[in-house]
Design a protein around this ligand. Sequence first.
Ligand code: G3P
Length: 215
Amino acid sequence: MKIFIDTANLDMIKEINSWGILDGVTTNPSLIAKEGTDTPTRVKEIAAIVDVPISAEAMSLKAEDMIKEGRELAAIHPNINVKLPMCIDSLKATKVLSSEGIDVNMTLIFSAQQALLAAKAGARYVSPFVGRLDDIGAYGTDLLGQIVTVFSNYGFRAEVIAASIRGPIHVLEAATLGCDIATIPYNVLLQMVSHPKTDEGIQNFIKDYEKSKKK
Ligand code: G3P
């Protein structure tokens, strides 16, 4: 499974890239706003520090405007793909942008039917939001499994990005269900590294090493 980081923070991207595990970056308007910048500026900065796919969200609401904005975002750097929110205009824009070789990440996916339409329109990625479904008392993980099954039944080339990840369990569920990608917040990536038994084991090895040195 590919690991993307879900952030627009440059230090976090640099740090995770230094771990040797980074396959991509996803941003959204809320993450960009948190950094006090704008999408074109920030994705250009990200593209200058990592050589991986980067999602940049278009904010237009009409298909023709989305197409124009999508072309402008994609022109910033070859690694940039265009994030569009699931709706009819986005389907129309996806058809055009994908036919021009511009990758689209269809975001705000909350049903397998939406993912099916996005894939048929030519989206390169679909982003089901697991955590936000959990937030409303649904079981977000079910959606991941449904989309993976539908895409595999018909051989759609679109990649499933498990998004709105809230903890390591979501990552594990995405991986066991066969999602192509999980886009993971920085704090969850840190949580994935740790295990109390690992920490305990390291401390014990250090203690024994120090003891054996004294002999
Ligand atoms: O980037 C899209 C998605 O991952 C957002 O997650 O935590 O705002 O629901 P969240």
